[in-house]
Design a binder for this molecule. Structure first.
Ligand code: T4K
Length: 373
């Protein structure tokens, strides 16, 4: 097989027809309003609140700042937040940058989401909240997490960066917990170029989010929070409005790509896909495949390098674990979360985006299968 040129990347952003974007850009130019809550922003906030069944939805300039603002809006005065290390480093940094200590709970072995059976042993008098991650768009066991949170009177903030459009038994993921953060980054299955949102159920919380993303200002001119600037601008919102129009269509294309991977790679010893929990409507955001080197005969890293030699750029999401990051050196023992540790060594996320040609999926799968010893 010839080396792919241009290379196949892990993802490509979904883009609407450029003429449609141009038309909205003209509207923005005509309005003279570029940011600070213009017409496109208002339209997108309303459209997304409806799409995600959200009582309150606030837009942000990116997912990371959305998460920081959400943590701030709880008003904790220090303490610990229980989360997992098998995530993008943003989750961990958001907790730390808000002046709290991340406490890592292991993930469960099927979905790599927080293991509810291990949460309670992490709860201390300093615990302020639980921050689980719907990693790869796999929803956490939200019933179990909700029961633990209720028993210990702890709020739950979900990092739903990967879970836009995912439903559980017909309910949007953000209907669970106290608040959820979504990322609309260019690499996500729904994008606003950069962007994010927080969904919450409480009007006072939503007002504090407004404050944290806009220097603490409120319409009554009172500056209540020590806020920053995390506002989404009009060009981002316009992109979001158009991408929303094409979202379902893109999910269907992703589903076809995912089905092709499953068809080609199912049944290979030592190679496994993530199962889909019952009642879950996926968004096919990522295509994580796990390699057990003892059975498959080659490590994840060998598969990664082999693909790379053919111009196929897979990613090791999520390696290293957050607990291994140099900036947290000495604070954690990554081996304390053995399931997450093993996952970080075995999982490779393969290219996944709506316009990935099925013939390219076949080539990727052929190379992956050829690594088996
Ligand atoms: N929580 C979780 C669990 C998250 O995964 C994330 C972000 C966040 C919080 C924070 O949300 P944001 O603040 O980002 O909204 C990417 C994304 O930048 C990041 O959004 C995402 N998670 C993370 C999992 O992946 P990188 O460093 O892998 O991105 P990069 O630039 O290497 O892009 C990946 C590939 O996509 C490249 O091979 C090229 C392609 N690409 C990328 C961009 C930006 C394009 O083709 N076009 C593009 O415009 O982090």
């Amino acid at each position: 097989m010839q080396k792919k040129d241009p290379p196949i990347l892990i993802t490509r952003p979904t883009l609407p027809p450029v003429e449609e974007y141009e038309s909205l850009v003209r509207d923005i130019f005509a309005s003279g309003y570029l940011t600070n809550g213009g017409a496109q922003h208002a339209r997108l906030e309303a459209a997304l609140a409806e799409k995600l069944s959200a009582p309150y939805l606030r837009l942000f300039t990116n997912g990371h700042l959305a998460l920081e603002c959400a943590i701030s809006a709880f008003g904790f005065d220090g303490g610990e937040i229980i989360t997992t290390p098998f995530t993008f480093i943003s989750t961990t940094h958001a907790i730390s940058r808000c002046g709290l200590t991340p406490v890592f709970c292991d993930v469960e072995p099927n979905y790599f989401t927080i293991d509810p059976a291990k949460i309670e042993e992490k709860i201390t008098p300093r615990t302020r909240a639980i921050l689980p991650v719907h990693v790869y768009g796999n929803p956490c066991d939200m019933d179990a997490i909700g029961a633990i949170a209720k028993k210990h009177n702890l709020p739950v903030l979900y990092d739903a960066a990967h879970a836009f459009g995912v439903t559980v038994r017909g309910r949007a993921v953000a209907e669970f917990g106290d608040a959820s953060m979504f990322s609309f980054h260019a690499t996500k299955c729904y994008n606003t170029i950069e962007g994010g949102a927080v969904i919450c159920k409480d009007t006072a919380f939503a007002e504090r989010l407004n404050g944290y993303k806009n220097f603490g200002y409120h319409p009554d001119e009172e500056i209540r929070e020590v806020g920053g600037n995390a506002k989404m601008n009009e060009f981002q919102a316009a992109m979001g409005l158009l991408n929303l129009k094409y979202f379902e269509q893109n999910i269907e294309k992703r589903a076809a790509v995912s089905a092709r991977y499953h068809k080609n790679l199912s049944g290979i010893d030592g190679l496994s896909f993530r199962p889909v929990p019952e009642g879950v409507q996926q968004n096919y955001a990522y295509l994580p495949v796990s390699f057990d080197p003892a059975v498959f005969g080659a490590s994840r890293d060998v598969v990664f390098e082999t693909l790379k030699s053919f111009g196929i750029i897979a990613r090791k999401y999520f390696y290293p674990l957050s607990s291994e990051a140099a900036c947290y050196k000495g604070a954690y023992s990554p081996e304390d979360t053995p399931v997450a540790f093993t996952a970080s060594r075995r999982v490779l996320t393969l290219p996944m985006y709506p316009d990935l040609a099925l013939s390219d999926v076949d080539d990727i799968c052929e190379i992956v299968a050829s690594c088996q010893r």
